[in-house]
Design a protein around this ligand. Sequence first.
Ligand code: G3P
Ligand code: MG
Length: 353
Amino acid sequence: ARALSGTRLAAQADPGVAVAFDIDGVLIRGNEALPHAAESLARLDAGGVPWICVTNGGGVTEDVKAREVSELIGYEIEPSQMVCCHTPFRAKVPDFGKKRVLILGCRDVVGVMRSYGFEDIVTVQDIAEDDPSRYPFIDWKHRPLQPSLEERPVEAVFVVHDPVHWAPDVQITLDCLVAAPGGPAGKQTIPFFHANPDLVFAGRHSAPRLASGAFLEVISHMFHKVVGSPLRAELVGKPTKATFDFARYSLARRRDHVLAARGQESAEEASAHESHAVYGGEDAEVPPFRSIYMVGDNPTSDIRGANSAGGPWQSVLVRTGIFSQGENDKNDPGRHVKDGIKDAVELVLQDAG
Ligand code: G3P
Ligand code: MG
């Protein structure tokens, strides 16, 4: 019955409908697939409904993240269907790709930023080892930076994924943010970019865990305390507009492929569309979507982001993660509330069919 219904939808699905899935708390929880994840994605594919993942997770390239989640859920997610919290940092390469940047975060954040095109990356460890007196409570080995920070100062700070050594991370970040040629300036002299403002996320543990946004709280507070003015931070990741714009353009590219596969558009046309939508630039020609469903478990991230993005975005709050019971969230109510991915996809298919 499922295959038959897919065939009918593949011929008829409204190309104005698309879906963005959150990952933690929707497709997986910790290291395990949530029920019905694979079969729900398969139903959308059978129905010709374009979908992508938009996660505030990351710390690995989009290719690696797509592979990791595919293996967990047992269903293939293509790298082009993966938007991580740091994916919009690609747009910073024209401004900062050739400048020295400090990056923070666990896992392979250096590999991620290199893959985007950042060429001169330093880490907290690099700067601490350059002069171990910068953070005296750890025995760093002395390893001078080449070229030196005087010759080539840090020109932007990027928090790419969850930092895990907060004490030296805070100290070195503060140093870089207020450094100026000739000595500390006493005010913020370089931009600070932060991916993923989520305070908590739903992992393997039964209660929500602190996420990258917790570090943002700490660095903002410490900056204000030490420097005396508010930290100016530019955020990407859900719920920011930057990420929802990026997701919409990614879905438009995905739709081109789905339509090409349905024979409604040639593969050449599809790849022509793809080539001009690298990042949600103002001039990218993307026909409007009627409904883009953001299916997520985190009211302040997935739901707030979709509700404030407006336009075609419709929030679907599911009960399989941070939000787990109750009618709806009080502060950031979902436009729809469903028990899990299966019911959310049913809603989408009814709209698309
Ligand atoms: O904020 C931490 C991150 O793991 C959340 O991921 O997929 O729920 O946006 P996701
Ligand atoms: Mg989530």
